[in-house]
Design a protein around this ligand. Structure first.
Ligand code: PLP
Length: 451
């Protein structure tokens, strides 16, 4: 047995107490943050063991330290499983997370000061695709593209910007986009200007493996992903080089590996590598396809329920695991009020910018929801209908709260808002219903900490 939970309960009461409380929070709450998921017990066991203690700078069979024969075994398993799952000729499983994976792509393909293109952050893009607050927007000349007023990517603008600025690297992929990515069209645009196309499929990689979302592999040179979202593994990152990438630059795989180590990182997290191997092993089994299909069915059912109950969605629906709610019919900058009100009822979401955001990334006018975690719990369309109704009811309860323009006023206003939440009978009654529903779909049965 490799469970370490019993020991920590005796040796560190304070940390154990926090773990226990987190266990109760997830047991009794609906996790709707689309970038989160519940990894299997096998993944958590692979993470929580003595592979954590090893140093393994380098790659399998080419290490700087001794004693790596078993690390080599798990890293090779993770690499081969990634290659098989995504159908690519090269995979690097060492990035500590999604952001370092993306940074490594810059190091492999660009010089500081080169021009790159990515999706604008308020339009759903990720920080690491050239947003100004990230070093990727400071070390490189970043040209950001947008979505149209209907919420779909503006391919005409992307083509014009690429022709005008001739970027070295173009990103496709996002953190808040509910529609299928047009990989083929982006591939053509990148080819027409001689740019590398990097597809960041952090959010949708599980759907891609299962064939529920189109794969970027035939169209992109490089593919990156996190391993903890729809992939349902440990936190981590993978960078893959496609056949098309090797055709453009036969040294690309070598350049990516050198960019990760020694370019950006030191020793890989071998326990994380072992857990990535376990997650990919689960993904290669037939059950995973059913899971990924159910994520999308649930997402569509939740979107329908929200719209049937009077809530506006960006693009009026979804193709994937994610739903973006547009709260502007009720005001602007109000995402924070809805996020807090839902949290009060044990429903966890995150406030998010929406296209043409009228407020700011700190006080955005939308919320983002997703179904990967509740689908892992076993919930289906029937539960989605109910959850959509609860969310709509809670939005209606607090829709009239609006962010004061005056910054001094805000603290007082938030205090008043919290007090009104505590006394809200509807929200308190939905919370009870949420707990009853969650208990019907237990997480991690048999793990004592959740008792
Ligand atoms: N890329 C995309 C599209 C993401 O959504 C995220 C995470 O939210 C990342 C990269 C970065 O991943 P991490 O938070 O693991 O650094």
């Amino acid at each position: 047995k490799i469970s370490m939970m019993d020991d920590i309960s005796k040796t560190d009461a304070e940390v154990f107490d926090a773990i226990k409380k987190e266990g109760v929070r997830i047991r009794d709450g609906l996790e709707l943050i689309p970038s989160e998921n519940y990894a299997s017990k096998a993944v958590l066991q692979a993470l929580g063991n003595f592979f954590n203690c090893k140093y393994s700078e380098g790659y399998p069979k080419k290490r700087y330290y001794g004693g790596n024969q078993f690390v080599d075994e798990v890293e090779t398993l993770a690499i081969e499983r990634a290659k098989k799952a995504f159908k690519v000729p090269h995979a690097n499983v060492q990035p500590y997370s999604g952001s370092p994976a993306n940074f490594a792509v810059y190091i492999a393909t660009c010089q500081p000061g080169d021009t790159i293109m990515g999706q604008n952050l308020p339009d759903g893009g990720h920080l690491t695709h050239g947003w100004k607050a990230s070093v990727t927007g400071q070390f490189y000349k970043s040209i950001l593209y947008h979505v149209k007023s209907d919420g779909y990517l503006d391919l005409k603008e992307i083509r014009e910007l690429a022709e005008k600025h001739k970027p070295k690297l173009i990103w496709v992929g996002a953190t808040a986009y509910a529609r299928e990515f047009p990989f083929e069209e982006l591939g053509k645009i990148a080819d027409s200007v001689g740019a590398y196309l990097a597809a960041d499929i952090a959010h949708i990689s599980g759907l891609v493996i299962a064939g529920v979302h189109k794969s970027p592999v035939p169209y992109a040179h490089i593919v990156t992903t996190t391993t903890h979202k729809t992939l349902r593994g440990p936190r981590g990152g993978i960078i893959m080089v496609t056949q098309k990438g090797l055709h453009k630059d036969p040294d690309l795989a070598y350049k990516i590996d050198r960019a990760v180590f020694p370019g950006l990182q030191g020793g890989p997290h071998d326990n994380q590598t072992a857990a990535i191997a376990v997650a990919l092993g689960e993904e290669l089994k037939p059950d995973f396809k059913k899971y990924a299909e159910q994520i999308v069915k649930n997402s569509k059912a939740l979107a329908k329920s929200l719209m049937d109950n009077g809530i506006k969605l960006v693009t009026n629906g979804t193709d994937n695991h994610m739903i973006l709610v547009d709260l502007t019919p009720f005001g602007k900058g109000n995402g924070i009020f809805i996020q807090d009100a839902l949290e009060m009822a044990n429903i966890t979401v995150n406030k998010n910018t929406i296209p043409a955001e009228p407020s700011s990334p700190f006080y955005p006018s939308g919320i983002r929801l997703g179904t990967p975690a509740i689908t892992t719990r076993g919930m289906k369309e029937k539960e989605m209908q109910l959850i959509g109704k609860w969310i709509a009811e809670i939005i209606m309860e607090v829709k009239d709260f609006e962010l004061p323009e005056d910054k001094e006023e805000r603290a007082k206003y938030f205090k008043k808002f919290k007090e009104s939440l505590n006394q809200n009978k509807k929200i308190n009654s939905i919370k009870k219903d949420v707990v009853v529903l969650c208990r019907k779909f237990p997480l991690y049965p048999g793990m004592g900490v959740l008792r």
